[in-house]
Design a protein around this ligand. Sequence first.
Ligand code: ATP
Length: 457
Amino acid sequence: MEKVSMDTIVSFCKRRGFAYPGSAIYGGFANSYTYGPYGVELKKNIKDLWWRIFVQERRDIVGIDSDIILHPRTWEASGHVAGFNDQMVDCKKCRARLRADHLVEEQLKIECEGLADVDITKLMKENKIKCPKCGSMEFTDVRKFNLMFQTQMAKTGEEGTAYLRPETAQAMFLEFKNIVDTMRVKLPFGIAQIGRAFRNEITPGNFIFRRLEFEQMEIEYFIEEKDWEKIFIQWQTSMKNWLTLIGLSSAKCHNYEHPKEKLSHYSKRTVDIEYDFPFGRKELYGLAYRTDFDLSQHEKFSGETLRIHDEASGEKILPHVIEPTWGVDRTVLAVLCDGYREEKLEDDTDRVVMQIVPVLAPVKVAVLPLLKKDGLPEKAQEVFNRVTVFGNCEYDESGSIGKRYRRQDEIGTPVCVTVDHDSLTDDSVTIRDRDTMKQERVKIELLVSVLKKKYFV
Ligand code: ATP
């Protein structure tokens, strides 16, 4: 199949209940989306799988769930108040608000990450950059724009200013001491969290790729400094295994090593995992060695000691940290783009099939009585009650069986179970595989174990 377009994915998501444009009855609200019934299942499956793999199945990682609004000093310590800025310009003609670094990057093919603001201002002025909306070359000066959403607490004055967290990570540093004091952890160990983050992006877009509010799955993995290179590589392997687990084609996933001179101030090594989205190769996940920057900043700003006892040297040390981070929304998008296929079948009909791995499928099993009468719905209900052990299942009795199969193919249901007249006498059903469309007769009493073996190991 040719490369899927974003338009196809966006309209598919709306048509099939994965994601709707937000606030549509009020005429829409720019760049807001609501995950529909299938989207929310897919998203939940991604988060549950991640939590299982990285928290529940590991002895060295524990989870937390912090507030979104943390003490405002957090963001001074982390550097977000002073430095979490993007360079913004307005087109003087059409008033479009744009990111100067993106314009320079796209039109001059110069990577801007790490470039000083003055360089970008100079490039904007020297070179003939065009407004992508109207073609004008007249822009306002480049201004710094802080991406944190501010909010005012009930208390008055400066003191009352707080921020919606722009990342989930900082809470793991704030709770580091609590975890050490209560959980008997020993280096190396990690603290994980899944949750919403907010960024006042100047140019949100590409559907759910760049949103103003999104979800992250993050781990702060605390280590001894001497081990960082070894553990960084271990995390690269773990992240690669995750890509395989969620079924992304390896040919579309790439490592991008940030050049040394362009690393963020806190990082000694950063490698992004990029994915070939329909609109280009873009960041999906990130992995950074953040040294002891965060813990030492929070020590400085809070006045608390965050050092822990090192058994080997007998001294108090400040651990270093490796941070793997995953975007949930970008995972949803990558999984949908990767799985979407339009196929021409042997009988010359077309079908859309969403080939996603069963563990992520929004509907695990669809149960379809051949007819809406003759006791078939009752028998099908019995079968339905059995297969819900696998998670969200669907019961559908309306329309031709062919159409019902197509509907399930489109939303990625790995297997359909059909109940027919013979089922009433032989206590068997037909299972149909989404990808091969092959059918097989199975005894109802063996159904759960057969499906488990074939799809949900
Ligand atoms: P980008 O360069 O695309 O803006 P970033 O480097 O700022 O991303 P990080 O700060 O590393 O992103 O955030 C960690 C992860 O959170 C990213 O790898 C991505 O998956 C996700 N993410 C970041 N910003 C957004 C956003 N605006 N919308 C959706 N997901 C996001």
